[in-house]
Ligand binder design. Structure first.
Ligand SMILES: [Fe+2]
Ligand SMILES: [Fe+2]
Length: 343
C-alpha cells in the first residue's frame, strides 16, 4: 500500500463526471475511484491506507452525502488522512456543515497544473501530520524512559536507606515474578511485575531513620508515619501517564499493605478489590520480611513462615495466591538461597 494513496469517492454512474479528475490524478498518484454505493466504501480503511479521501462534487447533492462524510470521518479515526471536497464551484459550499466536516476543498474545474499543485499541497500536509505524530510518539517515549530511569534511581536510593533489609527488594520482586508466572501471567507481564515490585517501598525514603530502624515496636504516632510510605511512594511516582510499568508500580505501592479481609491500609480494600499485583506483592513482601532478620525480630524458619501464610490465608492474603505460592515454593527457595543477606 502506498503512503500517498488517494481515494476519490463519487456518486455518478456517468464516467464523464469523473474522467477529467481521473486524467489529472492518474498521472502521478496512486488513486482509487470508488462509487459511494459500492461495498468497498464500508471497509475503506481496512482495504486502503489513504493520505487523502476526496468527495467528488456530484456526491454533495445526494441524500447520503452528510451520512457518507460522517461515516468516513469516523472510519478515519486518528489517522493522518485528510478529508477533501472536490467542488466545481464555491456555490457547492453553501451548506455550512460541510466546512466543519472536511479539512479543505479543491476546485477541480481549474487548469490541470493548478489542480495537481493543490492535491500535492494536501498530500504534503498529510505527510507532515505523520511526521508530527512520529515526533510526538518519540518524545513521549523519551519522557517515559526518563521517568522510569529516575524512579529506578529513587528505588535504589530507598534500598540503600533501608539497608538493614539487605537484598529484600531483590528477593521480593523475584518472588512476585515467580508467583505471577504460577498464576498465569505471560513473560512480558512477569517482567513488568518484577520491575514494578522493586518500587513497592520507595516511599520509605521519606520516613525518618529513628522510625524506620527502631528496634522495638512502633507507637501509634510512629506507626501512622510509617504507614505514610504508601501515600508518599504514590506521590513520588506522580502522574504515570500511559506507562504500563509505572501504572503497575503505583498499584503495588498503594495496595501492598491492603488485606484480603479489608482491614489493611491505606483504603481498606477487600478481596478482589485489591489489585492483583498488590495481592501478589503482599504475599511476597511478608514472606521475605518474616524469613529474614529485621531490626525488631529474628528470621523465621521457612516452615514457620509458610504456616503463617496458611493461617492468614483468607484474612490477610488472597487464598488462591497462598496456595499458588506454596505450589511453586521450590523456585521461591532457589531465589531465597541465591540472594542471602550478608550479616
Ligand atoms: Fe511497604
Ligand atoms: Fe518490602
Amino acid at each position: 500500500m502506498s503512503s500517498k494513496q488517494i481515494i476519490v469517492i463519487y456518486a455518478s454512474r456517468n464516467n464523464k463526471t469523473i474522467e477529467p479528475i481521473k486524467s489529472v490524478l492518474d498521472v502521478n498518484h496512486n488513486t482509487v475511484f470508488i462509487n459511494y454505493k459500492s461495498e468497498t466504501f464500508e471497509s475503506l480503511f481496512q482495504t486502503y491506507e489513504p493520505s487523502l479521501v476526496m468527495f467528488n462534487d456530484d456526491l454533495i447533492n445526494t441524500d447520503m452525502f452528510v451520512e457518507c462524510l460522517t461515516k468516513t470521518k469516523m472510519l478515519m479515526g486518528c489517522t493522518s488522512c485528510r478529508l477533501i471536497l472536490l467542488i466545481n464551484s464555491l456555490s457547492s459550499l453553501e451548506n455550512e456543515l460541510l466546512i466543519d466536516l472536511v479539512d479543505d476543498y479543491i476546485v477541480s474545474k481549474v487548469p490541470s497544473k493548478l489542480f495537481q499543485k493543490r492535491v500535492d499541497i494536501q498530500l504534503n500536509l498529510s505527510n507532515k501530520d505523520i511526521e508530527l505524530q512520529l515526533l510526538q510518539q518519540a518524545s513521549k517515549q523519551r519522557v517515559n524512559t526518563k521517568n522510569i530511569e529516575l524512579i529506578a534511581a529513587l528505588s535504589r536510593a530507598a534500598e540503600f536507606k533501608d539497608n538493614e533489609t539487605g537484598n529484600h527488594v531483590c528477593r521480593m520482586s523475584h518472588y512476585c515474578r515467580i508467583l505471577a508466572k504460577k498464576v498465569g501471567f505471560n513473560a512480558e507481564q512477569q517482567t513488568l511485575i518484577l520491575e514494578a515490585a522493586r518500587m513497592h517501598d520507595i516511599g520509605k525514603i521519606a520516613i525518618p531513620d529513628n522510625i524506620l530502624f527502631k528496634p522495638g515496636k512502633l507507637d501509634e504516632s510512629e506507626w501512622e508515619i510509617m504507614k505514610s510510605h504508601v501515600r508518599i511512594g504514590a506521590e513520588i511516582l506522580g502522574d504515570v501517564g500511559d506507562s504500563e510499568l509505572l501504572t503497575i508500580a503505583k498499584g503495588i505501592i498503594l495496595s501492598h499493605h491492603e488485606r484480603w479481609d479489608g482491614t489493611g491500609y491505606p483504603l481498606g480494600l477487600k478481596g478482589a478489590e485489591i489489585p492483583i499485583y498488590g495481592r501478589i506483592a503482599a504475599v511476597a513482601d511478608v514472606f521475605d520480611a518474616l524469613t529474614t532478620v529485621r531490626p525488631y525480630k529474628k528470621a523465621w524458619a521457612e516452615s514457620e513462615t509458610l504456616q503463617y501464610l496458611i493461617d492468614n490465608s483468607g484474612s490477610q492474603f488472597d487464598p488462591f495466591l497462598v496456595e499458588s505460592f506454596i505450589a511453586c515454593f521450590s523456585e521461591i527457595k532457589d531465589i531465597k538461597n541465591r540472594y542471602i543477606d550478608e550479616i
